[in-house]
Design a protein around this ligand. Structure first.
Ligand SMILES: [Zn+2]
Length: 97
């Protein structure tokens, strides 16, 4: 299952499963005047894990300040390619604590 929160570089994000979400996932953060929130569309577990990993990587870009030097469309490509690579070659499972 998907954890209820994740800490990315020391910053806590709430994780919400949202059956009404209009995309597979959504990343929001305080720097853009939102709550620190990762929303995931309610779907089968593989799709939810895919979306969760994808949105978490946006969090890594945000909190690592990589997005200050990488344009959003390039970030999207890197995020997609990284998620596909990880899920194809590794057993990816969220940690719960
Ligand atoms: Zn994305």
């Amino acid at each position: 299952m998907i954890p209820k929160s994740i800490t990315i570089y020391g910053v806590k994000y709430k994780v919400k499963i949202d059956p009404k979400l209009e995309s597979a996932g959504l990343f929001e953060c305080q720097r853009l005047d939102k709550k620190n929130l990762i929303s995931i569309f309610k779907d089968d577990i593989d799709s939810m894990l895919y979306a969760y990993l994808h949105e978490c990587l946006h969090g890594v870009f945000e909190e690592g300040r990589v997005n200050e030097v990488v344009p959003p469309e390039i970030e999207e490509v890197i995020t997609e390619q990284t998620v596909k690579f990880l899920l194809k070659n590794f057993t990816v499972e969220p940690k719960y604590r």
